[in-house]
Ligand binder design. Structure first.
Ligand code: ADP
Ligand code: MG
Length: 336
């Protein structure tokens, strides 16, 4: 069932300049987690702030549970918001921070609910502390407990993990996903980190220059990017030229199957892990660089004018300088 429906949202801050957000449309299901993914400045925060009611769209419509909320003030929307800097009240205890949104409940009810939420995020023992006495990850969990305490059907998260160190970030994002799923809340997560988006979101909307250019599950987008921008923003990609005819394409690596039909001259995306590397003293290519990554190796392989990125299993190491042959062993993706 659709919870949130965003239709053709537009926002232009400065006359004569490109709009920050242009015709952004998507639906969000109940309990679904959507990532808005794109580089800095592509309009993610502006989109989120319009949904939250902190920014007025120039055009377009936002509906929550079928009700038009486009022009409601933030507090009338019933949407939870977790900001990048957590925005905890520094002078209030952790418990009082979580109680803050629960003023409609009686005092004992609010107390019980706040303790329950702190237990849910694993901080029941730290309720008396002040926010500055907690780690970044713990503060993040308090902010989330405070937001989830009122059980909003939708939670908006703007780069919520960016203040955490790498290890904390991986752990916290999985916890946050679990908490949202347990509470049954849908969420929109703004991030510029493709790994984070793929790791936690049910679906990803990729944004470029104010527009959503592709939306789908992480798997769909990774396997079938619509453009070179999406292909290289979600993971790494080699771009080749070819001549397509239906579900096949002729390339300098032979005739290859396509992930979707195309015709005529096309650019193609080939993931580094879709290429096989064979040591061959008579091979047409040579290894010009290598990076050991533990579970696999990254190779840069020069063939004529072209340098290809190849990822191959940790098995047989091939030395820099060795002659090799490349084989593409999967279907390739035609790009717009
Ligand atoms: P992101 O979150 O993807 O980094 P933003 O939505 O913050 O992108 O910004 C999109 C564009 O809108 C940027 O060019 C930014 O400079 C501009 N912008 C954002 N907020 C304002 C504002 N309040 N006034 C003027 N320009 C803004
Ligand atoms: Mg932003």
């Amino acid at each position: 069932k659709i919870l949130l429906s965003v239709e053709k949202l537009r926002k232009q801050f400065t006359k004569g300049e490109a709009a920050a957000v242009e015709r952004v449309s998507f639906d969000l299901g109940e309990g679904e987690m959507l990532a808005l993914l794109g580089p800095s400045g592509c309009g993610k925060t502006t989109t989120l702030r319009m949904i939250g009611g902190f920014e007025t769209p120039d055009d377009g419509r936002i509906a929550l549970n079928g009700r038009d909320i486009t022009h409601l003030p933030p507090e009338a929307r019933g949407i939870g918001f977790v900001f990048q800097d957590y925005a905890l009240f520094p002078h209030l205890s952790v418990l009082d921070n979580v109680k803050f949104g629960l003023r409609k409940l009686s005092r004992p009810q609010a107390e019980a609910r706040a303790r329950e939420m702190l237990a849910l995020v694993g901080l029941e023992a730290l309720g008396a502390r002040k926010p500055h006495e907690l780690s970044g990850g713990q503060q993040q969990r308090v902010a989330l407990a405070r937001t989830l305490a009122v059980a909003p059907p939708l939670v908006l998260l703007d780069e919520p993990f960016s203040n955490l160190d790498a290890a904390m970030r991986v752990e916290t994002r999985q916890e946050v996903r679990k908490l949202l799923k347990a509470a049954g809340s849908a969420a929109i997560l703004v991030t510029h980190d493709q790994e984070e988006a793929m790791a936690v979101a049910d679906r990803i909307a990729v944004m470029e220059k104010g527009r959503v250019i592709q939306i789908g599950t992480p798997d769909e987008i990774y396997r079938n990017p619509v453009s070179a921008f999406v292909a290289s923003f979600l993971g790494r990609s080699n771009i080749l030229a070819g001549t397509a005819s239906g579900m096949e394409v002729k390339t300098e690596f032979g005739t290859l199957p396509l992930s979707r039909a195309a015709n005529g001259a096309v650019s193609l995306s080939v993931r580094p892990e879709q290429i096989m590397l064979e040591a061959d003293p008579d091979g047409p290519a040579s290894v010009v660089g290598r990076e050991f990554r533990g579970h696999d190796q990254l190779y840069w392989v020069q063939e004529g004018e072209r340098c290809m990125l190849v990822i191959s299993g940790a098995g047989a190491m091939i030395d820099v300088g060795a002659r090799v042959r490349l084989r593409i062993c999967d279907c390739v993706v035609p790009l717009a």
